[in-house]
Design a protein around this ligand. Structure first.
Ligand SMILES: [Zn+2]
Ligand SMILES: [Zn+2]
Length: 184
């Protein structure tokens, strides 16, 4: 694979947003584990999308901790009122509360993705991109991502060029076939 700017240079990475192959000279690093961009234009879009994603993750983490702690306090208080050894159970309560909260959050997210986007996605599904620079472009799910169970690889045609791209469930929507029931 050659760099799209330098036909004589070997590409080292793929732009996170437009999918173009770039050499080490052209690649704009987005940070550890975040991949690269091919241009300052793509870098701007990539950073904005990453920021949005990280804010959502942080909000979810804060909500998770608050709900887990609240549940732990409720459990401990109810046991204290009944005269039980509530201090002894504080740790198991916290673990149980965290597991319950995680399960509820995960189920709600899955259900939300199913009703609003037709997730889960499988190879061959026709989808439309709903976020980012490819917004409005239709494509087909080529395969599931190895990185995450809620990310898929979609084949698109951008400016007449076929490209494949990673998308999170929250970035695409099914455009035909009735969605199957969600897996809990
Ligand atoms: Zn790019
Ligand atoms: Zn280059």
């Amino acid at each position: 694979m050659r760099c799209f700017n330098h036909k004589d240079k070997e590409a080292v990475a793929e732009c996170r947003f437009c999918g173009k192959n770039v050499c080490d000279q052209c690649a704009v690093q987005l940070g550890p584990g975040r991949g690269v961009a091919c241009s300052t234009q793509c870098e701007r879009v990539a950073r904005a999308a990453l920021r949005k994603h990280e804010i959502r993750q942080r909000l979810a983490a804060v909500a998770f901790i608050v709900v887990s702690l609240a549940l732990t306090v409720v459990l401990a208080l109810s046991m204290q009122r009944r005269g039980g050894p509530w201090l002894l159970f504080l740790f198991p309560f916290a673990v149980g509360a965290a597991m319950m909260t995680w399960f509820v959050f995960y189920s709600c997210w899955n259900f939300y993705m199913w009703t609003t986007r037709g997730a889960p996605f499988h190879p061959g599904d026709a989808v439309v991109v709903t976020e980012g620079p490819h917004k409005g472009i239709q494509g087909e799910v080529a395969r599931l991502s190895a990185r995450s169970s809620t990310t898929v690889v979609v084949a698109l045609t951008v400016e007449g060029e076929p490209v494949v791209h990673h998308f999170g469930w929250e970035e695409i929507r099914r455009i035909k076939n009735p969605p199957p029931a969600p897996r809990a």
